[in-house]
Design a protein around this ligand. Structure first.
Ligand code: ZN
Length: 207
């Protein structure tokens, strides 16, 4: 299909992660890259819209204090993450550093920028708390952002990193459930998410 993400098996990824989704060279030679910044496990958990909206505002504003390369930060319609577009194809580790620095700003923020009727199309539809909780969960898995797919080769990620990602996935699912009143549906991030999958009664994983 034409769209890069339509050719991605969303059951195979292990959120949270940061993935290079596209790299395009323009006719004049300039390069633009697009990163998939995935907060929650696709088809398992999602962010509520006020959280998505406030993360969009906060990231869009604060990221530009750290980098002139930011072109855009836009939410995915599935509410599981964002696309970060940058110019000049910066090094992957620099992209991770930008995301980390920006999300640390988000956690410290005292307001959502431009959350009003003059500067936004739905100024009332925001949640600073939601954005900060989602940012904290994402930051807690910093060590595994580069691990996009579920199959982890020995030595690629530490047990502590994997535990952090498990915890992040659980927290995201639980947060969504608390907000929506729906039951928690959670699958171990290293396994394909199956519709209707439920956690074990004791909350343990099957890894
Ligand atoms: Zn807005």
């Amino acid at each position: 299909m034409n769209v890069e993400s339509f050719n991605l098996d969303h059951r195979a990824v292990a959120a949270p992660y940061v993935r290079l989704a596209d790299r395009k060279q323009l006719p004049a030679g300039d390069v633009i890259v697009k990163y998939d910044v995935r907060f929650t496990q696709p088809n398992v958990a999602h962010l509520e819209m006020p959280t998505v909206h406030s993360l969009e505002h906060l990231f869009a504003e604060h990221s530009r204090n750290h980098s002139d390369a930011v072109l855009d930060f836009s939410p995915m319609g599935c509410q599981t993450g964002f696309y970060l577009m940058l110019q000049d194809d910066p090094a992957y580790e620099d992209v991770l550093a930008l995301v980390e620095a920006t999300l640390r700003d988000v956690v410290r923020a005292t307001e959502v920028p431009a959350a009003n009727e003059v500067q936004c199309g739905w100024g009332a539809n925001h949640s600073l708390n939601g954005a900060q909780e989602a940012a904290s969960v994402f930051l807690s898995a910093r060590g595994v952002w580069s691990q996009v797919f579920g199959e982890v080769a020995p030595g690629e990620a530490s047990a502590a990193d994997l535990a952090a990602r498990d915890a992040a996935a659980r927290e995201a699912a639980a947060r969504d459930a608390a907000l929506t009143g729906e039951p928690v549906r959670w699958a171990a991030p290293n396994e394909p998410a199956l519709p209707g999958t439920t956690p074990d009664a004791d909350g343990s994983t099957n890894r």
